[in-house]
Design a protein around this ligand. Structure first.
Ligand code: UDP
Length: 244
């Protein structure tokens, strides 16, 4: 359910939450927060609060889904009933099926699935609180949970959206901008290879606007990437780590 439409989304050159056009919301990432999962991540991105838990590689159930040459990756995105303003009915809906699919596909070619034939790697994503941009936040958390589980990957996948709001190209849309802006462009990247593994667009952009928004989203995702690496270093040691 959408909250009321504000008259303007940009006032005196600032966004309604006070951010500059190219500014991310505050982001906190913590790796390894759940004792019973093989890997996990808790992420706060603005008012979004998300937990991701990774299990595997493990036996596939149901068995007929097993592939002889590689593991299968299954990411499941869920929104808690209390995560949004208007209570969300529990259980899968079209949106959560779509988000689970795009998040799985954004990670599928990054995980070395060929190393684990006949097994499954499962990532469960629980959105505890939502404020727009949960697919990028969930993908970011899922990739930290996979890394925390020790699943071999080409790199982390980092994600961020850009979009168009009151005619301006802006980074990282929050809920009101997401619901009432002109366009939203979530992007997921593999920084090490330069691949883009998530690219969706809601709304309309001209070619120039699209290029500007894509460029901005990639810059945002690179900042997110640094925070993902810092969260893993904090848990496992490294330049700034080893203190836990
Ligand atoms: N939302 C909501 N109820 C729903 C689904 C979404 O209030 O059932 C809100 C929530 O804050 C979400 C935002 O609308 O983050 C935008 O949803 P969208 O489908 O664009 O995905 P997202 O931006 O979260 O990736």
């Amino acid at each position: 359910m959408k909250v009321g439409k504000p008259e303007k989304l940009i006032v005196n050159g600032k966004r309604l939450d006070g951010r500059a056009f190219d500014e991310l919301r505050p982001i906190k990432i913590k790796a390894g927060v759940l004792k019973r999962a093989d890997g996990s991540c808790y992420l706060e991105w603005g008012k979004n609060k998300i937990i991701a838990a990774c299990y595997g590689p493990r036996e596939v159930h149901p068995r007929h889904l097993a592939r002889p040459d590689r593991a299968i990756l299954r990411c499941v995105y869920k929104m808690a009933p209390f995560s949004v303003k208007e209570r969300k009915k529990p259980g899968p809906d079209r949106r959560s099926v779509e988000l689970s699919k795009v998040i799985t596909e954004a990670l599928e070619n990054v995980v070395f699935l060929n190393l684990f034939p006949r097994s499954a790697i499962d990532v469960y994503i629980e959105v505890l609180q939502a404020e727009g941009g949960t697919r990028c936040a969930s993908l970011t958390a899922a990739s930290v949970a996979l890394a925390d589980a020790g699943v071999p990957m080409k790199d982390l996948v980092a994600a961020c959206a850009a979009g168009k709001v009151d005619g301006e190209i802006v980074l990282d849309l929050f809920e009101l901008e997401d619901n009432y802006g002109e366009a939203d462009l979530p992007v997921g990247i593999v920084p090490r290879t330069g691949e883009i593994t998530l690219l969706q667009m809601d709304g309309n952009l001209t070619r120039e606007e699209f290029e500007k928004a894509l460029d901005l989203a990639i810059k945002g995702a690179l900042q997110v990437y640094e925070l993902q690496k810092a969260a893993l270093k904090e848990k496992y040691g490294g330049e700034n780590g080893g203190e836990q």
